[in-house]
Ligand binder design. Structure first.
Ligand SMILES: Cc1cc2nc3c(=O)[nH]c(=O)nc-3n(C[C@H](O)[C@H](O)[C@H](O)COP(=O)(O)O)c2cc1C
Length: 181
């Protein structure tokens, strides 16, 4: 049966290298019968978590803030797989992605024990260099803390400008990863 896949695109560049990885991943996943919904976070008016611990009272609107996250919450709740897609920024995920991810805490607040919903996850990243060790460590620990299952990653180094990724073999890897979901 097809799975529901939500992609959080943390790149601010709409036609950038991260987006190219997402497009290839999507092609593979949709070809395999899965449903893919991509959220371009930069264009979504998403505010930082206020740390109020007041969310979780209304599952339809788990956070007290009402902004672009209202589009993501229902898709996130229904998703089988969450794909974190981001350029490497200072050896980590971009601020856009980290900001949106913090706001997912409001969904955990719906549970009396703050349990995070169990998901599968994949990681798509682009970078000028090729040192992904810090972000891989962060991602692996995040999976462990959340109790999520890692389904794979494509980490494309050596790409800086928009379009640098064109024809890169990692696009084939991203397509294959999507198909393998
Ligand atoms: C604020 C900022 C921080 C960056 N930090 C890193 C970094 O730590 N390591 C690296 O290899 N590339 C770094 N880069 C380069 C980007 O990761 C690279 O240009 C990537 O291809 C951008 O992806 P995009 O086209 O999806 O925006 C940085 C770029 C910016 C703008």
């Amino acid at each position: 049966m097809g799975k529901r896949i939500v992609v959080l695109n943390g790149s601010p560049r709409k036609g950038g290298n991260t987006s190219a990885l997402i497009d290839a991943f999507r092609e593979g996943a949709e070809g395999a019968g899965h449903t893919v919904e991509v959220f371009f976070l930069q264009g979504m008016d998403i505010h930082g978590c206020r740390g109020c611990f007041g969310g979780g009272k209304d599952p339809d609107h788990p956070c007290l803030q009402r902004d672009g996250m209202d589009q993501i919450y229902p898709a996130y709740r229904a998703a089988d797989i969450v794909v974190l897609a981001s350029p490497l920024y200072y050896w980590n995920l971009s601020g856009q992605l980290r900001t949106a991810f913090d706001r997912l805490f409001a969904v955990a607040e719906c549970d009396p024990n703050y349990a995070n919903p169990r998901k599968e996850c994949a990681l798509l990243m682009a970078a000028e260099g090729d040192d992904f060790s810090d972000v891989e460590s962060y991602y692996d620990n995040l999976m462990r803390h959340l109790g999520w299952t890692d389904r794979g990653r494509v980490l494309c180094g050596g790409v800086m400008a928009v379009g640098d990724i064109s024809g890169h073999e990692d696009l084939d890897e991203a397509r294959a990863l999507g198909a393998s979901m």
